[in-house]
Design a protein around this ligand. Structure first.
Ligand code: SAM
Length: 348
């Protein structure tokens, strides 16, 4: 089948054979690519119109007990300057974000044991008490069912946990022995089961990744049926075991965003910071390939450079109204508009 035929079939049936997906991911001419992005936009607009949802990202701790080989805040990186925001500091970021118009807050961090079940529950509770109309998203890694349940009861609405790769041997290439793909996947099913709007996802171009691995990722996502899918290019960090590995590609990330939009029409799909780091107009191009969410950084200026997952991470802030206006302008320049409601997923 031609690439055009594959694009049409994917839009209509939301699925292709493995061979069809491989051909689509690898075999597009520049014209086919334009067609793929146009179809992804049409599907996104049928679901969400021109709206782009914004989430205020608060990177509240870079202390992590995990040692993922790709990540700049892995525990063995002794060069990372560690920080942890206090519960009060997190609340200040939320207040500032609310003032600027944000109605969803993403609390993301390393797996930091100081933030116990009780301490994080107290933070969630205070946010929901002061701002009941806002959504709270957590992204704090693999924790127990009991912890997830407690945070849900405290008011957390959503949870982001990228599966990173759905292939066992690729997972082993990226992570040390004490981590497992099975436990990551179990966490995702638990989160879904507890009623979180759940986000999975993966890096594009991580070391050792093959096109077959990407197909496995798509198959896993079909099984999980997440509300959100976060993907971004892998970007290397000099103080990790993968220093010197090549970065992922902007183009392949855009193609996968479009493929995801056609396979999962109602999913929330962010144009990530990593995409904005690999190319200055990466996030706008992400929106033009089917993405519909942006996550500007609301962390205090003093810690922003320390949450360095990869080299040269952009530090575009929404800490001032001026920056949000700039973001609004950039989004409008590609024909979309920022909306500040909670922006729930269309997936039940
Ligand atoms: N600790 C939580 C977790 O494991 O989900 C959240 C923080 S973790 C740093 C957030 C995401 O950053 C990871 O899921 C991973 O996909 C991404 N990430 C880490 N290192 C990266 C790199 N070098 N390039 C691109 N993305 C990276």
């Amino acid at each position: 089948m031609t690439s055009r035929g594959l694009i049409q079939k994917l839009e209509k049936e939301r699925d292709l054979t493995n061979a069809g997906l491989v051909q689509l991911i690898q075999g597009l001419t520049p014209d086919d690519e334009k067609e793929l992005f146009a179809r992804a936009r049409a599907v996104r607009e049928a679901e969400y119109g021109k709206a782009v949802y914004v989430r205020g990202l608060i990177e509240f701790t870079n202390i992590c007990q995990n040692d993922c080989y790709y990540c700049g805040i892995r525990k063995s990186n002794t060069k990372a300057e560690r920080y942890r925001l206090t519960p009060d500091e997190i609340l200040c970021c939320v207040r500032e974000g609310y003032r600027l118009g944000f109605r969803t807050f993403v609390l993301q961090g390393g797996e930091d044991p100081w933030y116990t079940k009780e301490r994080l529950a107290a933070v969630i509770h205070s946010i929901k008490k002061e701002f009941p109309s806002c959504a709270v998203t957590l992204s704090v890694g693999e924790r127990t069912r009991e912890e997830y349940m407690c945070w849900r009861e405290a008011g957390a609405d959503r949870y982001l946990l990228r599966h990173e790769t759905a292939d066992e041997s690729h997972y082993r290439r990226l992570h040390p022995e004490d981590m497992s793909l099975r436990s990551r996947m179990e966490c995702l099913y638990t989160l879904r089961d507890l009623g979180y709007q759940t986000g999975a996802g993966f890096m594009v171009g991580s070391p050792g990744q093959t096109v077959d691995n990407l197909v496995s990722d798509l198959r896993f996502l079909q099984q999980l049926r997440p509300h959100m899918i976060g993907i971004g290019p892998y970007l290397s960090h000099p103080d990790t075991p993968f220093a010197g590995e090549p970065d992922g590609s902007c183009r392949l990330t855009l193609i996968l965003l479009a493929v995801l939009r056609l396979m999962f029409p109602g999913v929330l799909l962010p144009a990530t910071t990593a995409l904005g780091t690999i190319a200055p107009d990466g996030r706008e191009r992400g929106l033009l390939a089917g993405a519909n969410v942006l996550m500007p950084n609301l962390s205090p200026e003093s810690v922003r450079t320390k949450y360095e997952l990869y080299h040269d991470k952009i530090h575009t802030g929404a800490e001032s109204a001026m920056h949000l206006d700039e973001l609004r302008r950039r989004v409008e320049s590609v024909g979309y508009c920022i909306v500040t409601d909670r922006g729930d997923s269309r997936i039940g």
